[in-house]
Write a protein that binds this ligand. Structure first.
Ligand code: ATP
Ligand code: MG
Length: 285
């Protein structure tokens, strides 16, 4: 993730002195400030060998750990830096963190009146709790997935809580297809989930970037450490993450670089007002 265009106070990965906690080639991650890591990550994401190529990202962590917040911040930065075309697929009844992104929200796909948006939130709600409601939501999500899976799609697609899309909406085949073939269409997948153990293995194996918040218990830590690679090493690393600060570990599979950081409070503007709107029971869409 070394970006020559940003001046960094850090030691370049190649020059870094070994840490006693390194395990072979698996290095103990450095803690660095978000102000430094964030811009470097945005610059490096999608340029694995200095040339553009979609790189998928997965974000793992227990409920309320900060996955959607991290996702919101990184996508806003990416939109600003590169004017990327981004679609956030939301399926929950409500989510103040997604609303706080401030992007237009549509509830049907394609967006009404043939409008085109650079960044958009597609809120595919379940209209009722019964099976018919679930079937309608399944159809709504599928409509988006079929529409975006085209040549030169050049889209970042955000799957907010992918375990729900796989297991409740039964759209695992689409997740696999997007992970295996999406990059060839210019699609970058961003997945987040509370349930790392329950999502398709392609979510893990085809993601270049993995972001993990502190697991909720020892079992969860074991499973996530397995996803990351060296189990013993990553259990130790994950146990050092501070959940109060919402620290996360980020790992780039191509280079093996890993860092620990956290996003300072107040970074995502508009979160208080969107939380207030939800508290008052106003519908967001
Ligand atoms: N870095 C942060 N700074 C300040 N507040 C944060 C930060 N990260 C998350 N929060 C707050 O914590 C709460 C939960 O965050 P978020 O919605 O990102 O959780 P999540 O991991 O996506 O949860 P879920 O799995 O339930 O969707 C929100 O109120 C959000 O505003
Ligand atoms: Mg979330």
């Amino acid at each position: 993730m070394t970006n020559p265009s940003t001046s960094s106070s850090r030691t370049a990965p190649a020059e870094r002195q070994p840490d006693p906690r390194d395990v072979g080639a698996t290095r103990w991650p450095e803690r660095i400030d978000w102000e430094e890591l964030g811009p470097e990550l945005v610059a490096a994401w999608g340029f694995p060998r200095g040339r553009f190529q979609p790189e998928h990202m997965e974000i793992l962590g227990p409920t309320r750990s900060g996955k959607t917040y991290f996702q919101a911040v990184i996508l806003q930065m990416r939109a600003q830096a590169r004017q990327s075309h981004i679609v956030v697929l939301a399926t929950k009844p409500a989510d103040a963190t997604i609303v706080a992104m401030g992007w237009p929200i549509v509830t049907s796909w394609p967006p009404p009146e043939g409008k085109k948006y650079r960044q958009i939130i597609y809120w595919a709600r379940r209209p009722s709790l019964d099976d018919a409601g679930l079937a309608k939501q399944h159809t709504k999500v599928k409509e988006l997935l079929e529409a975006l899976f085209v040549k030169e799609s050049n889209t970042i697609l955000v799957w907010d809580e992918v375990a729900y899309i796989e297991h409740i909406l039964k759209l695992s085949d689409y997740v696999t297809m997007y992970q295996r073939e999406g990059a060839g269409l210019g699609i970058t997948n961003v997945f987040n989930t509370q349930r790392g153990a329950r999502v398709s293995r392609y979510v893990h194996s085809e993601s270049s970037w993995t972001v993990c918040f502190r697991p909720k218990d020892a079992d969860d830590a074991k499973r996530i450490a397995e996803i990351l690679g060296d189990r013993k090493h990553y259990i130790e690393v994950l146990n050092t993450l501070d959940p109060l600060k919402r620290e996360f570990l980020i790992l780039h599979s191509l280079t093996g670089e890993s860092y620990i950081s956290h996003i300072p409070e107040g970074t995502l503007k508009g979160i208080e007002s969107s939380q207030e709107t939800q508290r008052k029971g106003h519908r967001t869409v």
